[in-house]
Design a protein around this ligand. Structure first.
Ligand SMILES: [Zn+2]
Length: 288
């Protein structure tokens, strides 16, 4: 991949756990059937590390077990025990000095469970820490409350990464809570579904009101899509099921997310992040 920028790879654990019904979890690892050809595959901590070392990403993630947001305590406790066990094995198997292996904290929205997972992992001294198991079915309020407290369990001098989150307002909540890194499918998934993020809130390009709108998706946005095409053209592409529509809107949504993060960084440097966040939330909610 000719991408001369930092690359992060996940262990594949989360993807396997989303295959409910066709997987079996033991302390050894996860056995699952390929959804493509039905082949029986084994993902162990050691294999997850080896694959990511071969890929050569800058940041690799340990194999962890991510229980659903509504899982009962014994299930979460078991996932935490296994997540710690697997992190230890991943660290032992990891050999590439030019790649940072991050640990993942589970425990849902329960701070006590988060602490039970974080303490032993922090003691293992990983170069960075991720919070997994957020945005897995719990309410946004529950997540926004638990986030800062969970982030506080992690070392201040190492990157804190919130996995799989989220909407623009969730990112700002994460930043306020001390999170440094995010990843999410939302900009591209929403882009594929004709939903655009803008400074004035979300708009749906399929709506008839955009049929004759010659303006860009977001005025002032310097991205390729906004520079070259109108809302009316994108509306037409989505109405006609042309694959260019999802591509163009994904480009804009990724540009929007990158701009939001750059603006947040600048606001932090200029010590006005709280006002920046409040301004964003007020503007987005006005549109909704
Ligand atoms: Zn744009």
């Amino acid at each position: 991949m000719a991408w001369d920028r930092p690359i992060l790879t996940d262990s594949g654990g989360f993807q396997v756990f989303s295959l409910a019904g066709i997987r079996k979890v033991t302390d050894n690892g996860v056995a699952f059937r390929s959804h493509i050809d039905g082949a029986l595959l084994d993902l162990t901590p050691e294999r997850a590390v080896r694959i990511q070392e071969n890929l050569g990403s800058d940041i690799a993630m340990v194999l962890d077990e991510c229980p659903p947001g509504d899982a009962p305590e014994p299930v979460v406790r078991e996932a935490i025990r296994r997540t710690i066990l697997w992190a230890e094995r991943c660290k032992k198997a990891h050999a590439r000095a030019d790649q940072a292996l991050f640990a993942i904290i589970q425990g849902g929205t329960n701070l006590e469970w988060r602490r039970d997972c974080a303490d032993p992992l922090v003691a293992m001294d990983f170069p960075g820490y991720a919070l997994g198991g957020f945005s897995v079915g719990e309410s946004a309020d529950a997540m926004h409350t638990a986030l800062p407290a969970a982030a506080e369990l992690l070392p201040v001098d190492k990157p804190r990464y919130l996995m799989g989150v989220g909407r623009p307002e969730d990112l700002l909540a994460g930043v306020a809570g001390g999170i440094d890194m995010f990843d999410c499918v939302m900009p591209t998934r929403n882009g594929r579904n004709a939903s655009a993020f803008t400074a004035d809130g979300t708009i749906r390009l399929r709506n008839a009101c955009h049929r004759r709108d010659s303006g860009p998706v977001e005025s002032g946005c310097p991205c390729y899509t906004c520079t070259m095409f109108s809302r009316a053209y994108l509306h037409h592409l989505f109405q006609a099921d042309e694959m260019l529509g999802p591509t163009l809107l994904s480009l804009h949504n990724v540009a929007f997310y990158l701009r939001l993060m750059a603006d947040a960084r600048r606001a932090i440097e200029e010590k006005r992040f709280a006002a920046f966040r409040a301004g964003c939330l007020a503007r987005w909610s006005k549109a909704a």
